[in-house]
Design a protein around this ligand. Structure first.
Ligand code: FES
Length: 150
């Protein structure tokens, strides 16, 4: 093997090592957060007696999470719908492309302002492009207070 060939292979090896290191660092920074499971928590969302039967009440729930050395607060908007002594909690995020929906008291529909998606008070799709119902979140009632797991 010629001296020149050995040198070329050595330089190619260094380039491959640099590329692998770069891919590891950048890939880890981009992909790793997707696989990190955020701890779930039960958060207070409403008082049962404050809820009107069958009418979605829009509530913003604050979720604290560690963000490096500090703490960040994420806001999740949910609908709490009472049905007798039980409740259903729906995520307000449209299942089409993720816009925030809102409940229209007149039409009694949950509407998405982005592309005209419509859901009934139970979160079922009744019009527009959403492919599936609003996501139902785990909920429980304790001493008349509604908690949602986020
Ligand atoms: Fe809601 Fe498109 S994002 S209908």
């Amino acid at each position: 093997m010629q001296r020149r060939t050995v040198l070329v292979r050595f330089i190619q090896g260094i380039h491959a090592l640099m590329a692998a290191t770069l891919a590891f660092v950048v890939g880890g920074a981009v992909v790793a957060p997707s696989f990190t499971r955020r701890p779930r928590a039960w958060l207070p969302a409403a008082v049962l007696t404050d809820l009107e039967e069958g009418t979605p009440k829009q509530i913003a729930v604050e979720v604290k999470r560690a963000d490096g050395a500090t703490e960040a607060i994420d806001r999740r908007v949910v609908y709490v719908v009472r049905s007798g002594d039980s409740v259903r909690v729906l995520d307000s995020t449209c299942t089409h492309l993720g816009c925030r929906t809102r409940f229209d008291a007149e039409s009694r529909r949950i509407e998405c302002p982005c592309h005209g998606g419509m859901y009934d008070a139970a979160g079922r799709v009744i019009g527009g492009p959403p492919p599936s119902p609003l996501q139902t979140l785990p909920a429980r009632i304790e001493d008349g207070r509604v908690f949602v797991e986020i």
